[in-house]
Design a protein around this ligand. Structure first.
Ligand SMILES: Cc1ncc(COP(=O)(O)O)c(C=O)c1O
Length: 407
């Protein structure tokens, strides 16, 4: 255990020291990787005590592992949660949170622009288990209330939403709990991890993350986590993840994540500062129709809520729309050409890496979604999503300058 009073420490101190235990064998500073599937016992009495829960300990890595536990304690403290349970991917965490906390007959109110695979879980997998979902724009509080039914047990959303950057008021949605019994508020905080946004402090019950993104932050791990109260995490751990359906994070991935998290604050602040500068640059460009970034005043109500709940850091992801008609090109072709003209960003999905990543939803992530359906949620032909990396801000702006001029 760390000697530091972490409850009174600032974010960067917590990110480095939370969860840390001094290695009892050799005093290693870095958390050792306990790369083992099983754990041994000194004798049968010892085994009995660990299996019965009378004594703390580990028996099998699917159910728990010391390296993985350091990560879980670190993220729980940073999110202001009592506990956390990790998973082998963001989707593992999301499905485990739902399966662990809900049962047949329950209903979910879900944001209408959630990550594609989350949408598939809600639309295609949960109904066969007797769990139904109504999709609404969660930035519209009245629409959320209208969708609540007697059996609604969960309100689930992402904010800012991907890739439209609509912002949902976490405190306002969480306040609905006072009116309707037994509803858990679940926020996918992947786009705005601490120190940007703290949903639990704003009244949410559960935070889920694709740890693959900013939390690990180096583009070399797939992982996920669910954070919440001790009781909820215990339910998720025992009913869905770990021992039962089995989507554990590996000790090696946990080690990489712990290492990545030591610089979470530094990285996230830089991602956000560069994103703000680029969003302002793009907003002034004659080639760009519209920029979606919660830190821009032109986002109107989205900006007003973001200014309240995002701690002055507005994520490192920008969506923007290239104009139709540049040199006779459609916005679809101009967006593709702009991506090809850029030299720094890699053409790739994912986000939150040190490397800038750019993608064109209409020809990549949303290529199979009918045009009318994607346009209905604001994903137009000319829209690009840019995950601003940790490269020099001026180099990124210069790259956009040359790429736009060459359209
Ligand atoms: C907002 C959001 N949630 C969840 C996920 C799923 O995470 P993973 O790819 O780690 O399973 C993603 C992946 O891109 C995401 O963007």
């Amino acid at each position: 255990m760390s000697k530091i009073n972490l409850d009174n420490s600032q974010f960067d101190t917590q990110a480095i020291h939370a969860g840390y235990r001094r290695d009892s064998d050799y005093g290693a500073l870095a958390t050792p990787i306990y790369q083992t599937s099983t754990f041994t016992f000194s004798d049968t009495e010892h085994a009995m005590k660990v299996f019965s829960g009378e004594m703390a300990g580990y028996d099998y890595t699917r159910a728990g592992n010391p390296t993985v536990r350091v990560f879980e304690e670190k993220i729980a403290l940073l999110e202001g949660a009592e506990d956390a349970v990790s998973a082998s991917s963001g989707m593992g965490a999301i499905s485990s949170a739902i399966l662990g906390l809900l049962k047949s007959g329950d209903h979910i109110v879900c944001g209408d622009t959630v990550y594609g695979c989350t949408d598939v879980v809600m639309r295609e997998i949960l109904p066969s288990l007797g769990i139904t979902t109504t999709f609404v724009d969660t930035s519209d509080l009245a629409a959320v209330e209208a969708a609540v039914q007697e059996n609604t047990k969960m309100i689930y959303f992402e904010t800012p939403a991907n890739p439209t950057m609509h912002v949902t008021d976490i405190a306002a949605i969480s306040a609905l709990k006072a009116k309707y019994n037994d509803i858990r508020i679940v926020v996918d905080n992947t786009f705005a991890p601490p120190p940007i946004q703290y949903p639990i402090r704003l009244g949410a019950d559960i935070v889920v993350h694709s740890v693959t993104k900013y939390i690990n932050g180096h583009g070399d791990v797939i992982g996920g986590v669910v954070c919440g109260s001790k009781d909820d995490i215990s339910l998720v751990r025992s009913r869905a993840m770990g021992k039962i359906t089995g989507t554990p994070l590996t000790p090696f991935c946990a080690y990489l994540i712990i290492r990545g998290m030591k610089t979470l604050g530094l990285r996230v602040r830089k991602h956000c500062q560069s994103a703000m500068a680029l969003a302002e640059y793009l907003e002034k460009s004659p080639y760009i129709e519209k920029v979606y970034y919660p830190g821009l005043k032109s986002m109107g109500a989205d900006y007003d809520i973001a200014a309240k709940q995002m701690n002055g850091l507005y994520t490192g992801i920008i969506s923007f729309v290239v104009k139709d008609g540049i040199n006779g090109m459609s916005s679809f072709d101009a967006a593709k050409k702009l991506m090809d003209n850029l030299t720094i960003p890699a053409i790739a999905v994912s986000l939150g890496d040190p490397d800038s990543l750019i993608q064109h939803p209409a020809s990549m992530t949303h290529i199979k979604v009918p045009k009318e359906a994607r346009e209905k949620v604001g994903i137009t032909d000319g829209m690009l999503r840019f995950s601003v990396g940790l490269e020099d801000t001026q180099d990124l702006i210069a790259d956009f300058e040359q790429a736009l001029k060459a359209l």
